[in-house]
Design a protein around this ligand. Structure first.
Ligand code: ATP
Length: 435
């Protein structure tokens, strides 16, 4: 067997004899001629088998391999006006490297779509569909772009622990684990650690990593493990500095996705729309008025919720705006570390919403030790439980603020996918812990 390997992306008419490695996607037997379609990472290659012109053992063998088996097929590359590639392979030998069992758990090229649960149970097979795989190629590009944007803006990439003796916000959405006989918790966000870093001189940090939330919400936007893109920056004058930075980052990401995602976006039949800058700023109070006008009866201070966010999304879409800020949330709806807007019931906080869904929240943090501990007490938290965190505020802490973005949500909204699980290879939720 020839060792000149080619794939569907690099095969050429003057290649001579080559070996193609891939999965048997489809076999068509038309009597005197058969076609075997081999799929690899980059697409498909047609292997053409004119019965009379090739070795009978190759003909019989290759046309009876089960679908999705892994094969190596060696043959000559020929031009063809019958295939999309303009090429075909006339086989001289083949090897079945790993036969696929029959029947397949789900189809790869079948038009009928399996239920999401069945697809996720058989994710390895689901991912053989190019348009499903494309989502994860795009996710990889998205991570590259985040990293580039952050380097450009002089942020340092950090890693904070994912397992800790106490949780970020002391909330009920923590997963408890047994840590050598003592309780520990999976990190629901890097919040406390990234803030502690603001007292060190690292000044601008970002992190890409998993966040764990024991959320019982069985919605299309909540999972129990998601990828979080967090940033925190010191020496800010106000939260406007954070919003301006995040806006630059988002713009870089959107432009990058549109430019670099081309081939994979094509597989999904999607175009990335680059949101117009500056992103509009709505206050929470304005949003409350807007949703009430559309018939949703929310009380003062109440979370906008899925329905409220959707209404705002619809109103903004009518104005051709997809990405927008919502600022000035009531301080009592926000965690202890957010700075209050003195003399008002509001806070220096924002959400960034995209097409009717929150994708990020952030704000200016309370850096004054006394005010911070006071806010903790107001929220029924015991400052003693946050000793190590608070130490970082006792000995000189600059004004700072930051954000957290759900990468899976951002990606799925960008691609208009109906469920955040579509953007996660092996999602975890209330009822799913495997594969
Ligand atoms: P929501 O109100 O939508 O539940 P949240 O207010 O709990 O979100 P934050 O704690 O502000 O979310 O987290 C910041 C970002 O992390 C969110 O805007 C979202 O993009 C993402 N995120 C939070 N929780 C989840 C989750 N359970 N699944 C997927 N992404 C999440």
């Amino acid at each position: 067997m020839s060792a000149v390997y080619r794939d569907s992306g690099s095969i050429a008419a003057d290649d001579g004899e080559v070996t193609i490695r891939g999965w048997v996607q489809e076999i068509r037997n038309l009597g005197g001629i058969s076609f075997v379609i081999i799929r690899d990472r980059f697409g498909t290659v047609q292997v053409t088998l004119p019965k009379k012109k090739i070795d009978p053992a190759v003909f019989e063998g290759l046309t009876s391999v089960s679908r999705e088996s892994v094969v190596y097929v060696t043959g000559n590359v020929k031009e063809s006006n019958q295939t999309d590639l303009g090429l075909e392979l006339i086989p001289s030998s083949f090897k079945v490297i790993s036969p696929a069992a029959v029947p397949l758990p789900i189809g790869v090229i079948d038009k009928v779509n399996a239920e999401m649960d069945t697809r996720l149970n058989n994710r390895f097979m689901d991912l053989r569909k190019p348009e499903i795989r494309a989502v994860f190629e795009l996710k990889s590009i998205l991570f590259d772009l985040i990293e580039e944007a952050m380097r450009e803006l002089d942020f340092t990439w950090v890693n904070t622990p994912k397992i800790s003796g106490s949780g970020a916000e002391g909330g009920s959405t923590l997963f408890e684990v047994d840590y050598f006989g003592k309780p520990a918790y999976l990190a629901q966000s890097p919040q406390l650690h990234k803030q502690m870093l603001m007292s060190t001189g690292l000044d601008r940090v970002f992190e890409l990593g998993p966040a764990f939330r024991a959320e019982h919400s069985n919605t299309n936007r909540h999972v129990t493990e998601f990828q979080s893109f967090d940033g925190e920056m010191a020496w800010i004058d106000s939260q406007d500095d954070i919003m301006a930075t995040l806006e630059k980052i988002m713009d870089y990401i959107f432009r990058g996705m549109a430019r670099r995602g081309g081939y994979f976006l094509g597989l999904l039949d999607k175009k990335i729309r680059i949101p117009k800058r500056p992103y509009p700023v709505l206050t929470y109070s304005e949003c409350l008025r807007m949703v009430r006008e559309r018939g949703l009866d929310l009380k003062d201070g109440e979370d906008l919720g899925t329905e409220g966010e959707k209404i705002i999304g619809d109103i903004m879409a009518e104005k051709d705006r997809e990405l927008y800020w919502i600022t000035e949330y009531p301080e009592d709806a926000k965690p202890f570390y957010i700075m209050e807007k003195e003399g008002t019931p509001f806070s220096f906080s924002f959400d960034l919403d995209y097409k009717g869904q929150e994708i990020s929240s952030g704000g200016q943090r309370e850096h004054r030790y006394d005010v911070l501990t006071e806010r903790m007490r107001k929220k029924d938290l015991d400052p003693e439980d946050f000793e190590h965190y608070l130490d970082a505020f006792k000995y000189g802490m600059p004004p700072h603020g930051g954000w957290g973005i759900g990468v899976d949500r951002l990606l799925t909204k960008m691609l208009d996918l109906p469920n955040v699980r579509e953007g996660i290879l092996f999602p975890r939720d209330v009822s799913r812990l495997s594969p």
